[in-house]
Design a protein around this ligand. Structure first.
Ligand code: ATP
Ligand code: MG
Length: 389
């Protein structure tokens, strides 16, 4: 007797989706049934990527269809790709963190910390588990901008718990030092401080740790890249031509440190007048696009000057969270979306590996300012003269 489509469907109604009391037909997972003589082809599309679910369904379907007298049974199962959130390798002193994003700028005062804060919060608002590390040990501004200035972090044993603010885990040297206190950082101390901020802080299992760097290309950047595999780098710049020269150095540093560049944030790109909403061109606009092209990357967003941004930074009420309807808030959200897409792409393509930039100096001797990586012999790190070795 010929096998009919109805008979196949009836049999498939007896195949329960593993862990549920509903069949794959009830779940509408069956996409195609094709019968030629005693050969049956079944295609199903399931919602789980677990291999054991696929195997059980394949076995169950085959067994049921054999009862109809089918001689050849083809079961094609399509399923979502295995979530691959990090595929990075090499040294990682904070392995509970899946992805690290280094936010850099060629020069100071371009809005790096402001961008880092708003990007981190935007990512958290988009459902990611986010940490924010203030690695600007010279001028830690993050506590004020996140509204946690003066807040003491909780100490657990010999580790420190990050402070929770706006859905983000935050840690800064500013939260660990007396207010107003300043330190003169020498090379070896910079390394130690950065390592401790990664290792001795009780970061949760994070999707991403966004890291605000000091301006320039020095020991802090090198140490970070050697301590954890940095998934992606972001460069913040203002649009003037003079700022772009420094930005080139910053992008060049990412390449030397083998850090994939997620993109450029063009900050202070135009001015939105709060009275009229009209946008004025102050420093120029759109000047970073050619640079992005040169480094085979993208402009993540053009963020205009908007007084709400500065106010939000000064009062610890970041604009992306407290004034989500502003144009700048939307641009930060847009940048966060693009950044995450880039992170996923980098991981799908095999992730990053910081093996090639490990220090070549013997243990106990600081690698800072020595060029560090074999591939860095012609580098232009500006952290010279720390005198730590
Ligand atoms: N798009 C913007 N609109 C208005 N004000 C802004 C914008 N971006 C940054 N600012 C303001 O500019 C000032 C400098 O920004 P920020 O501190 O983020 O720069 P930075 O690059 O981190 O500086 P530093 O190199 O000193 O760490 C801050 O007062 C900030 O509020
Ligand atoms: Mg800053």
């Amino acid at each position: 007797m010929a096998i009919t489509k109805d008979a196949v469907e009836d049999k498939l109604k007896e195949v329960m989706y593993p862990g549920f009391t509903k069949s794959i037909v009830d779940f509408q997972f069956v996409k195609d049934i094709d019968i030629t003589d005693e050969n049956v082809y079944v295609e199903i599309d399931i919602s789980s990527s677990a291999p054991e679910v696929e195997q059980q369904l394949r076995d169950d379907i085959t067994r049921k269809l054999q009862l109809l007298g089918a001689t050849k049974i083809d079961v094609v199962i399509t399923k979502p790709k295995m979530p691959k959130q990090s595929s990075s390798q090499g040294k990682n002193i904070a392995p509970q963190v899946k992805n690290f994003v280094m936010v850099s700028s060629g020069k100071g005062g371009v809005g790096k910390s402001t961008t880092t804060v708003n990007l981190a919060i935007a990512l958290a608002m988009q459902g990611k588990k986010v940490g924010l590390l203030d690695a600007d040990i010279y001028g830690p501004n993050i506590p004020r901008m996140m509204g946690v200035e003066g807040q003491q972090p909780q100490i657990v044993g010999n580790k420190v718990k990050p402070i929770l603010s706006h859905g983000v885990e935050v840690m800064s040297m500013g939260s660990l030092m007396e207010e107003g206190q300043s330190l003169i950082w020498r090379g070896a101390m910079i390394m130690k401080a950065i390592q401790q901020l990664l290792q001795d802080i009780l970061w949760s299992e994070l999707d991403v740790l966004v890291i605000d760097m000091p301006p320039g290309t020095g020991d802090a950047q090198l140490t970070l890249a050697q301590s954890v595999p940095v998934t992606a780098g972001i460069c913040v710049t203002t649009p003037q031509k003079v700022a772009l020269d420094d930005t080139t150095r910053s992008l060049d540093m990412f390449e030397k440190l083998h850090i994939p560049i997620a993109g450029i944030v063009e900050n202070m790109s135009g001015f939105i007048c709060p009275d009229s909403g009209t946008e004025y061109d102050i420093f120029g606009k759109g000047t970073t696009a050619p640079l992005a092209e040169q480094f085979k990357t993208q402009v993540l967003s053009e963020v205009p000057i908007e007084p709400a941004v500065r106010e939000g930074g000064d009062t610890g009420k970041p604009v992306v969270f407290h004034q989500p309807d502003t144009e700048t808030a939307k641009r930060y959200q847009q940048a966060a979306t693009k950044l995450w897409q880039e992170i996923e792409k980098i991981n799908e393509e095999g992730g990053v590996d910081n093996e090639a930039i490990q220090p070549t100096t013997p243990p106990g001797v600081s690698a800072c300012s020595t060029g560090g990586a074999p591939s860095n012999s012609d580098d232009n790190h500006q952290g010279g003269g720390c005198g730590c070795n």
